[in-house]
Each structure stands twice: as C-alpha cells, then as structure tokens.
Design a protein around this ligand. Structure first.
Ligand code: NAD
Length: 422
C-alpha cells in the first residue's frame, strides 16, 4: 500500500520506517528539506537505535516530499504524526494538527480512491471528531466514513527502544467508526502478530492519555514513597522489588529518583488535567503527580546545600542531560530545573552527556561542556541526572556525589554520597 506519513520526528520516522519494512511504500512528508534528504539517503533525522539501519534497508520503498497535497493524492493511507505541544494553560496546542488537516482536505478534494486518514499524534479525546473531521470535510467537500475513512491509532513507543516497540508492541489500538478503515488498519498491523484492540475513536484517544497518566502516577508514587523510605532508613529499591512482585501491580516504572521528563508524560498529564477541567472534572490525583514531579529534582539541591551551603563560585558537575538514557532528547529533562537553580545561585556548571550535549547547547550556550564524564569529577560536587550505562564504569573516589538515579558505582565509590530517595 502507498502510505504518506506526515511529520518526521520520533513518531513519524519510526512509524514510516516500520511500515516500509512491512513492505509498504512510504512518502515521508516534512517541512525541513535537510531532514527529508537524510531520510532519502537512508539516514535517520533523529537519534534512535536501529533507525538508520531500518531506513537504509528499505530505501527503495521510501520517498519524501514537502508537498502534502500531492502526497495525499498519491497515497491511500495517511498517518498524521505532527507535534501536539503544550499551551501555557497545559492544554494541547492543535495548530500543527489543524494545519495538516487543511492540506489533507485539499488533497482529498480531487482524490477518487477511498483514503483513510489516521491520527497518530496524541490528541485529547474528541479532537479527531471535533477538529480533524470537520476541517477535512470542509476543505474536501467530502463526508467522513462515506467518501474517506478516519481512524485514531495512538502511539506508545518509548524513545531509545522505539523500533522494538513498533515490531513487538504490547498492543495496537485502533479507534474507528467505519468498517472499511477498520479493515484497512487491521490488515496493516496484522503481520506484526501483536494484540490489536479496536474501539471508538474517542476511546482510543483516551486510552493513550490514561496509559501515560498511569505510568507517570507510578513514577511519582515511587518517588514519594522513596522520600519517606530515605527518612526512615529503608531501601526504596528493595521495597519496590517486593511491591512489584504482586502481579496486580507489576515491577516497571518503580525506580525512585528525580522524576519524569520527555516530550510525553509531563505534556500529556497536563493536557488531561486541562481537558478535564474544561468539562468541569477535577483530576486531583494527577495534579499531585505533577507537583511531586516538580519538587523531586530540587531535592538534589537541598542535599547539595547540606554539603556546600553557598554555591556561589563553586564548580558543580552535572552528569546526564538527556531526559533518559539512549536518547538525545532533552525535552523537559530534569536537568533543566536543576541547572536553572545552580545558575541562579551563582555556581559554575560543567556538564557532560554522551549524546545530548549538542541539543542542550542550544538551550544553555553559556555553561561549560566537558569532553568526558571523568572531566566532570574534579568539580566541587557532581549531580547525576541521567542513568547512562557508562556512568557505571567510572571511579568516583574522592568526589562529592548527589545521585538522582541510583548509579551503583557512584554509591559504592564516591567520597561523599547522597541518593535522593535512598
Ligand atoms: P516531534 O516534534 O519530534 O515531530 C513532529 C514533526 O512534525 C516535526 O518534525 C515537525 O516538523 C513536523 N510537522 C509539524 N507540522 C508539519 C507540517 N505542517 N507538515 C509537515 N510536517 C510537520 O514530535 P514526536 O515526538 O514525533 O511526537 C509526535 C506526536 O506523537 C505528538 O503528539 C506526541 O505527543 C506523540 N507521541 C510521541 C512519542 C515520543 O516518544 N516522542 C510517543 C508517543 C506519542
């Protein structure tokens, strides 16, 4: 099948490469010609393990375009994978989704074949029916479910193992109200041999938010209990090993630490709270989840002050800038509030990350960037923000370490050591 994929970020690149590997012809549609040229040459526009290889392997079935209207006319199925960032009030900014819906409508205008439009971007329940469908109907003059099909297919990939998540998904959620689109979507995913759950469009949209909000809740819960464990001199890791053995609970997302970042959890929880508020529902558990997440990284500063009361003129090392290991993504990284506080207090920051330093330089051009992790160790104190595996291979002897992620080598060898929850 000929499929257009709109947006070449994490979700679009991985979805397109995965579908190409399943034998489909993919037209990647983007705005940035440089990124499209990279894809065309079999290289990934983002850092994601295995993506270069997958794009290169399927190069013959991949083309690129900046012309969305033509790409729609040339394809039978279209995945919308554009960004849905946060507005100032926490709700999602739908401008990118609105813009692409207009172009899709124009493309469908003269398209005679049945075309199914799939919303993969994370959108608040009701968005596909309340925005995407009306805009496309208006621009095309054609009716959803009769002249063209529509589906919601939320994405659950984890950056760092997104390719694996595509091919071995826990489940594929397909939300659609028309039989034809349902069959097309089922046939696309059937070769993966993974569970497929079909629902209405707004249920699919809600499954995405309810999943991310629950995982974020698990993290904040583990962090709050971790804070208490530290005070009571109990090992939080042992506690959650025991808790996670209950099959009703499960062991994942229970690593106590300095909280979650990234492009999804903070944004999606905020969007769910804001969307609920707009219909008169108060999601107080999720408001607390965010509150814990905001205060958690700042605990590092209170431990630092216990060792170095005045930071002015001191050199403070930061190990890890990415929001998690195996990615160069720094969106809402916990390094951001920590470094802001250090700068405010007059510390000189020297940072190291194996992959995310270029991205971080764009945000913080004036802090010092080290060439190696070891170079950071000569600082007056070192804060560990991201649990990169290479940080386990360092000798921290003589270094003051405040650890936000529990790097065992640091706990073992540091001259002075405090973990945030242990
Ligand atoms: P991203 O910001 O990395 O990529 C979005 C891409 O869309 C960008 O390359 C942007 O240039 C492109 N775009 C925007 N408007 C466009 C237009 N008019 N024409 C062509 N391209 C256009 O975002 P992402 O991380 O890939 O996320 C996309 C969506 O998927 C979001 O709604 C996000 O919440 C959701 N999601 C993301 C992840 C993740 O881990 N990154 C996981 C699951 C779901």
């Amino acid at each position: 099948m000929k499929i257009s994929v709109i947006g070449t970020g994490y979700v679009g690149s991985v979805t397109g490469a995965g579908l190409a590997d399943l034998g489909h012809h993919i037209i990647f549609v983007g705005r940035d010609q440089k990124k499209l040229d990279l894809i065309q040459s079999g290289k990934s526009p983002i850092f994601e393990k295995g993506l270069d290889e997958l794009l290169a392997k399927n190069r013959d079935r991949i083309s690129t375009s900046t012309d969305m209207v033509s790409a729609i006319r040339e394809s039978e199925l279209c995945f919308i994978c554009v960004g849905t960032p946060s507005n100032a009030d926490g709700s999602i900014d739908l401008q990118q989704v609105r813009d692409v819906s207009v172009s899709i409508g124009k493309g469908l205008d003269s398209d005679d074949q049945y075309h199914t439009i799939v919303v993969k971007s994370t959108v608040f329940p009701g968005t596909t029916e309340g925005l995407v469908i009306p805009v496309i109907e208006r621009e095309s003059g054609k009716t959803a479910g009769i002249d063209w099909g529509i589906a919601s297919n939320p994405e659950f990939l984890k950056e760092g193992c997104a390719i694996e998540d595509f091919f071995q998904a826990d489940r594929v959620i397909i939300g659609t109200n028309d039989q034809k689109s349902r069959h097309i979507m089922e046939s696309i995913y059937e070769p993966l041999k993974v569970p497929i759950y079909t629902t209405s469009i707004r249920t699919a949209e809600m499954i995405k938010y309810a999943s991310n909000a629950f995982l974020a809740t698990k993290i904040s819960y583990a962090n709050e209990i971790g804070n208490l464990c530290k005070r009571l001199d109990i090992d939080t890791r042992d506690v959650f090993t025991g808790v996670g053995m209950d099959h009703r609970i499960g062991p994942d997302f229970f690593r106590s630490g300095i909280g979650f970042g990234g492009s999804c959890f903070p944004k999606d929880v905020r969007a769910l709270i804001a969307g609920a508020r707009s219909v008169g529902i108060d999601l107080s558990i999720l408001a607390s989840v965010l509150k814990v997440n905001e205060s958690q990284p700042l605990r590092m500063l209170s431990f630092l002050h216990a060792k170095i009361p005045a930071l002015h003129g001191k050199t403070i090392g930061v190990l890890g800038l990415a929001f998690k290991p195996d990615t160069d993504d720094i969106r809402e990284s916990r390094a951001i509030p920590v470094i802001d506080s250090l700068i405010r207090e007059g510390a000189e920051v020297v940072a190291y990350d194996p992959m995310a330093m270029d991205n971080f330089r764009g945000l913080y051009p004036n802090i010092r960037y080290a060439k190696t992790a070891e170079e950071v160790l000569s600082s007056d104190a070192v804060l560990i923000i991201t649990e990169w595996p290479e940080f386990e291979n360092i000798d921290y002897t003589g270094t003051v370490v405040i650890d936000g992620r529990r790097v065992d080598a640091a706990e073992r060898s540091a001259g002075w050591y405090q973990g945030v929850c242990w």
